[in-house]
Design a protein around this ligand. Structure first.
Ligand SMILES: NC(=O)c1ccc[n+]([C@@H]2O[C@H](COP(=O)([O-])OP(=O)(O)OC[C@H]3O[C@@H](n4cnc5c(N)ncnc54)[C@H](OP(=O)(O)O)[C@@H]3O)[C@@H](O)[C@H]2O)c1
Length: 333
């Protein structure tokens, strides 16, 4: 019998990798979507769809009952739905924290406690490293942003539960084919601009979405419960190295521009005002700027390595893979 796996946020960037990995691993894969979700990357006929509306307890109960009627018990849940950018800070709490609580309560109410509930949180729940060492899973969590705080609150909620088997995944910046955030930086280099915010050196970490998906399944299938796993490709890179790798893959010469933080902050305020009028969430806002200013986002992913995680991609290989995809799809000329 195939195990039933419910994946929320299946229509998103990371969700599509989770669905692909689940199918490859032979799970009965149930993709939770909204009526408005774009299913472009969910074309495999083996995928089952379930409309999961987080709006109220009733709508969630209804979705869980439908799940059980159609597929039987819920064996695993990967709760990946979340917002990484929002025009209003409340939205982070509502989607990233309140929806997590509601989903867990609905599972409990309907006696559908899975073998493992995996929350896709973020490195942002920890905040940047406090010193020169990489962030460790045992470090105190001191999120810098409203996004990070919303993930932290969802994590605290899980830790407050009794008899609910969960693990929490804290990925660093995720990139790969289909991603739009790192693509924005790649595209600006393609256009000849290499932009830095402020003069300070920044250490970054990355993980390719395919490696992240592999790590998530390792944590889900392990005996471990009640624990955080930080995920990266086990390396740290300066922002210069990151840009250099993109330039060398694209074979581009660039104009290097160092933007003073005060100017970027003004641009961010303007972008937020435009976002408030148009309803579109800007790629840069003051919350994001806080992340750009922090000097060290390196992570120690040794806890997941102990369970057998080995990333397939280092940054150069991963960027090559992503850039090739962007070119094939016509995102990059
Ligand atoms: N990308 C990264 O670098 C990164 C790093 C660390 C952690 N994460 C976490 O990974 C998860 C996935 O991120 P992503 O980069 O794949 O983002 P994404 O492409 O924007 O996908 C987000 C997914 O969440 C769903 N979603 C958003 N709001 C929802 C709501 N109110 N109700 C139900 N579903 C909702 C979206 O559904 P629709 O398609 O219907 O909008 C979409 O499927 C998030 O929890 C994020 O915090 C991402």
């Amino acid at each position: 019998m195939k195990k039933n796996l419910l994946i929320t946020g299946a229509s998103g960037f990371i969700g599509s990798y989770l669905v692909e990995t689940a199918l490859l691993k032979g799970y009965n894969t149930i993709a939770a979507v909204r009526p408005t979700s774009n299913k472009k990357y969910l074309q495999d006929p083996a995928i089952h769809f379930l409309e999961l509306d987080f709006k109220s307890d009733q709508t969630l109960d209804h979705a869980i009952r439908e799940f059980v009627d159609r597929f039987g018990k819920i064996d695993y849940v990967i709760h990946n739905a979340g917002v990484t950018r929002a025009n209003k800070n409340d939205e982070y709490d509502q989607v990233n924290c309140d929806n997590t609580k509601r989903l867990v309560h609905a599972l409990q109410r309907n006696t559908q406690i899975p073998e493992k509930f995996v929350l896709i949180s973020s490195l942002a729940a920890y905040g940047p490293a406090k010193n020169e060492s990489p962030v460790k899973a045992t470090d105190a969590k001191e999120p810098l942003t409203a996004y990070g705080r919303s993930k932290f609150k969802a994590e605290e909620f899980l830790y407050s539960l009794k008899d609910f088997p969960f693990v929490i995944i804290n990925p660093t910046a995720v990139y790969g084919p289909k991603d739009k955030d790192v693509f924005f930086l790649i595209n600006s280099i393609q256009k000849g601009f290499e932009v830095y915010i402020g003069n300070k050196q920044q250490l970054l970490s990355f993980v390719h979405a395919a490696d992240l998906a592999a790590a998530i399944f390792i944590a889900m299938l392990s005996d471990v419960v009640g624990k955080n796993f930080l995920i990266s490709d086990q390396q740290a890179y300066t922002s210069q190295t990151f840009n250099q790798q993109i330039k060398s893959i694209l074979q581009k010469k660039t104009l290097s521009i160092v933007m003073p933080v005060a100017i970027v902050r003004t641009v961010a305020v303007f972008a937020e005002m435009v976002g408030a009028i148009t309803g579109k969430v800007p790629i840069l806002n003051r919350e994001r700027l806080k992340e750009f200013e922090a000097p060290n986002w390196a992570v120690d992913s040794s806890e997941i390595s102990k369970l057998g995680y080995q990333p397939k991609y280092n940054l150069e290989e991963g960027l090559n893979n992503a850039i090739q995809w962007y070119k094939e799809q016509g995102w990059l000329s």
